[in-house]
Design a protein around this ligand. Structure first.
Ligand SMILES: Cc1cc2nc3c(=O)[nH]c(=O)nc-3n(C[C@H](O)[C@H](O)[C@H](O)COP(=O)(O)O)c2cc1C
Length: 198
């Protein structure tokens, strides 16, 4: 008998929030994701991106900042990454790009390379962070980070879908649950591209 195609073990996924705002919809979205994650997929809150200094190769030698080491160790330990981020000026907030930059070094063994990643985004308007996510995908092409091809998750008109920090919009909750399930299956299948459902 050949070995089973899917890895049955539990998966641990690190979550990063691209907004520093206390009442952030994207932070609330990650809260909903923790609630709706399927069995076998554990979401763990990653480094608060406000703690990472601006990337500077001069301080990233033998003795990098402790927070960067903590961040990189977490990326190496987990099975996947979820980034929930707003769109800022058709791109992503600087803290998100900065985190990618820290994760992309050391150049010989970058912790973000090869790490299965899911992008989520919530915006106040009609675009649902589509352009921001596209620009983030561009950076993740260079770092060779596999990003779940589909379904895309673009939460629009956020103010109508959250109340007191809770995602109450049922179709959105359903899509989020499905997306997380597909993400887990995709990781277990080895992150293929171009198959139905992915
Ligand atoms: C500096 C800045 C730039 C923004 N640019 C965009 C944008 O390009 N597209 C968009 O849909 N919303 C934009 N917004 C609005 C955000 O979608 C909205 O503030 C959203 O709630 C931010 O996410 P958060 O609630 O997680 O903080 C921008 C907001 C800020 C503060």
């Amino acid at each position: 008998m050949t070995s089973p195609p899917n890895d049955p073990r539990d998966l641990v996924v690190l979550t990063l929030c691209g907004s520093l705002r206390e009442g952030s919809f994207n932070r609330a979205l990650l809260g909903a994701a923790r609630e709706l994650a399927p069995e076998g997929l554990t979401l763990e809150a990653g480094t608060d991106l406000a703690r990472l200094p601006f990337y500077n190769p001069d301080v990233d030698g033998e003795d990098p900042p402790a927070v960067a080491t903590e961040f990189r160790s977490a990326l190496r330990r987990v099975d996947g990454l979820i980034i929930a981020t707003p769109e800022y000026n058709f791109g992503v907030p600087a803290v998100v790009k900065n985190a990618i930059d820290w994760g992309s070094r050391p150049v010989k063994d970058p912790p973000i390379t090869g790490l299965p990643t899911l992008l989520l985004g919530a915006s106040g308007g009609a675009s649902g962070t589509m352009r921001g996510q596209l620009s983030l995908r561009q950076s993740l092409v260079f770092t060779a980070t596999p990003v779940l091809p589909r379904p895309g998750f673009y939460l629009t008109f956020a103010a109508k879908k959250f109340e007191d920090g809770r995602l109450h919009d049922e179709p959105t909750r359903e899509l989020l649950g499905t997306t997380l399930k597909v993400f887990g299956e995709w990781i277990r299948a080895g992150c293929p591209v171009g198959r139905d459902g992915f």
